[in-house]
Ligand binder design. Structure first.
Ligand code: TMP
Length: 205
C-alpha cells in the first residue's frame, strides 16, 4: 500500500501519519516531501529556507519540487514497495497540483505532465486530503515558534487557491482522494482514515 497525506500547512498531516504508523502492524516507511533523500533535502533547503531561493520563478519552483519527487521515487519509494513494505508520504504529487498549479496558476496540463514524468507511474493507492480553512492553517502556523518559510510567507488568497486546488482534486479523483474535515478532533480524523483504509483492504482482498 502506498498512502499519501495532503493539505494546507499545519492541517494535522504529521500527527495523523504518526497515529497511523503506530497502529499499523505492517512494515512501513514514512517520507516527507520535498526531502527524504540527499538530493531532496538539498532541494528542500533551496525551496523553503535559502536566501538564494528568494527570487525563484514559479516555473523553477515547479521543477525543483518535482526533481525532489523524481529522486525519492527511485531511491526510496519504489524499492520499499518492491520489498513489500507500506509507504506513507507526508505530501506527494497532489501538493504540486494544488500549490504550483492552482495557487501559482501554472498551466495545469504542464504541471500534470511534469508530475507524471517525475513519478513514472508510481501513484498512491489512497490519498487523504485534510481540509482546513486557510485562516485556521494561518493561525496554527503563526502559533508555532520559528521563522516562516518562503511558502508560508504567501498571503491568505494564495492559500485559498491551494485549498480550491485540493477540493477540485477530490472531485476529479474520488476513488483515490478522500477528503476529510481537518477541523474536527484528532481522534475522529484518525478513525475516518483508518475506516477508509480498512474498506480499501477489504475491496482489494
Ligand atoms: P512541509 O513539508 O513543512 O509541509 O513544507 C513543504 C512546503 O512546500 C509546503 O508549504 C507545501 C509546499 N509544497 C509545494 O508547494 N509543492 C509541492 O509539490 C510540495 C511537495 C510541497
Amino acid at each position: 500500500m502506498f498512502i499519501s497525506l495532503e493539505g494546507l500547512e499545519a492541517c494535522g498531516k504529521s500527527t495523523q501519519v504518526e497515529m497511523l504508523v503506530s497502529r499499523l502492524k505492517v512494515e512501513v516507511e514514512v517520507y516527507r516531501e520535498p526531502g527524504g533523500t540527499g538530493v531532496g533535502e538539498a532541494v528542500r533547503h533551496l525551496l523553503l529556507h535559502a536566501k538564494e531561493g528568494e527570487g525563484m520563478s514559479a516555473e523553477a519552483e515547479l521543477l525543483l519540487y518535482t526533481a525532489s519527487r523524481a529522486q525519492i521515487v527511485r531511491e526510496k519509494i519504489l524499492p520499499a514497495l518492491k520489498a513489500g513494505k507500506w509507504v506513507i508520504c507526508d505530501r506527494y504529487l497532489d501538493s504540486t497540483v494544488a500549490y504550483q498549479g492552482a495557487a501559482r496558476k501554472l498551466a495545469m496540463a504542464a504541471v500534470k505532465t511534469i508530475n507524471g514524468f517525475a513519478v513514472g507511474g508510481v501513484m498512491p493507492d489512497k490519498t487523504f486530503i485534510l481540509d482546513v480553512l486557510p485562516k485556521t492553517s494561518r493561525a496554527r502556523v503563526l502559533a508555532r515558534s520559528g521563522q516562516l518559510d518562503r511558502i508560508e510567507r504567501e498571503d491568505l488568497s494564495f492559500y485559498e487557491r491551494v485549498r480550491d486546488g485540493y477540493l477540485a482534486l477530490a472531485k476529479e479523483e474520488p476513488g483515490r482522494c478522500i477528503l476529510i474535515d481537518g477541523e474536527g478532533d484528532i481522534a475522529s480524523i484518525h478513525q475516518k482514515i483508518w475506516q477508509a483504509l480498512e474498506n480499501t483492504i477489504k475491496a482489494i482482498g
